[in-house]
Ligand binder design. Structure first.
Ligand code: PMP
Length: 361
């Protein structure tokens, strides 16, 4: 059996170690996962209850149309349900959109570094990637647009960006929309949108009526605390959503995820409180960094990129031995940095103390 060449050449996904594995390996009582930008508090109480209640009807297939959530999202964004697709995480929508548009001749344009899944989804189809270096830790919108060619099908943007935490401003976003041909799809991945200070949240949805080549991605994995259930959504014009729906598996979003997400959407206060807590905690991070001479990138998300020098892997291992799982920048295309999820005050305090100690050694 001959496996397609580009699949043979793809790197294997190496998942991070689990909390339990680290506890056993280093004989630790407490281990904190600060590597995947999850909301450590998990979902709101009533969402947790909906998850438990969901077990009672688990014998039935889920609603293939995700009707309840679509109706709520439709109300929230004042758009028809025909403009919305739900996915098994936004990861799945990224895959679906590449499946729709990318083949061996086509390419995607992405920043370098960026969230890994865009490239993976295109390479898997034999497609190509055009990578545009970040400029001062930010997506270089002019260069991204300039690098689009006749075979480009998708431009991927991420705001807040992963792994830097920087955002695309309104002017930059409008520059992109106005300078990219309408036959290229512009995907704006807003997985961390709800973490952005309210005054700087860009209303990307309002641009849909003038830009049918726009696809917005948001997720329940981050601020809503539902990463383990796998549910995210995309908003775009009817034609794109219809195409994505045609190729998705009929039951791509499980019934418990649907119930949980529908309830989660009712509690905007929960989102607001988490956002405020994280903003407050980030300030504490910055204070410690400034007092200790540690360089960092100001973040709009629930993680911070910290400059640690060329031995980011060693520092990550030292932190791991003390019970803190962080992501070395070398694994994210940013050697010399570590990316750390902002957590609860008491955990952050312990982490910062350990970081300063490790950094100074
Ligand atoms: N986009 C970005 C920028 C992310 O960081 C992540 C999660 N790491 C995702 C998308 C995937 O989110 P989901 O859990 O909805 O698949």
């Amino acid at each position: 059996m001959e496996i397609k060449e580009w699949i043979e050449n793809l790197p294997e996904y190496i998942p991070g170690k689990t909390i339990e594995e680290i506890k056993i390996k280093y004989n630790l009582e407490n281990v904190y996962k600060l590597a995947s930008n999850e909301n450590i508090l998990g979902p709101a109480q009533e969402v947790e209850e909906a998850i438990c209640n969901g077990a009672k009807t688990i014998n039935y297939y889920p609603d293939s149309n995700c009707t309840k959530i679509k109706n709520k999202l439709s109300k929230k964004y004042k758009i028809p349900t025909e403009n919305i697709i739900l996915g098994n995480g936004t990861d799945q929508i990224i895959e679906l959109v590449c499946n729709c548009l990318i083949g061996e001749i086509e390419n995607i344009v992405i920043s370098d570094p960026t969230f890994l899944i865009y490239e993976k989804a295109a390479l898997k189809l034999g497609g190509k990637t055009i990578k545009v270096a970040l400029k001062n830790y930010r997506q270089d919108v002019k260069s991204l647009v300039d690098n689009i060619n006749k075979n480009t099908k998708i431009l991927f943007l991420t705001s807040p960006h992963n792994p830097t935490g920087t955002i695309i401003t309104k002017d930059e976003f409008e520059y992109i929309l106005n300078n990219v041909a309408k036959d290229k799809l512009i995907v704006v991945d807003e997985a961390y949108y709800e973490y952005v200070v309210k005054e700087e949240q860009l209303d990307t949805v309002k641009y849909l009526k003038d830009f049918p080549n726009l696809l917005i991605l948001r997720t329940f994995s981050k601020i809503y605390g539902l990463a383990g259930l796998r549910i995210g959504y995309g908003i775009s014009n009817e034609k794109i959503i219809k195409a994505l729906n045609k190729i998705r598996l009929p039951f791509n979003v499980n019934s418990i995820a649907q119930k949980a997400a529908a309830i989660a959407l009712d509690n905007e206060d929960y989102v607001k409180n988490i956002r405020q807590d994280i903003i407050k905690e980030k300030e504490k991070f910055y204070n410690v960094f400034e007092n200790s001479g540690i360089k960092y990138i100001k973040s709009y998300a629930n993680f911070v990129l910290i400059k640690v020098g060329k031995n980011d892997k060693d520092i990550s291992t030292d932190l791991l031995k003390s019970g803190f799982i962080v992501r070395p920048g070398s694994n994210l295309g940013l050697p010399g940095y570590i990316r750390v999820t902002v957590s609860l005050p008491e955990i952050n305090k312990k982490f910062l103390k350990m970081l300063v100690k490790t950094y100074k050694n």
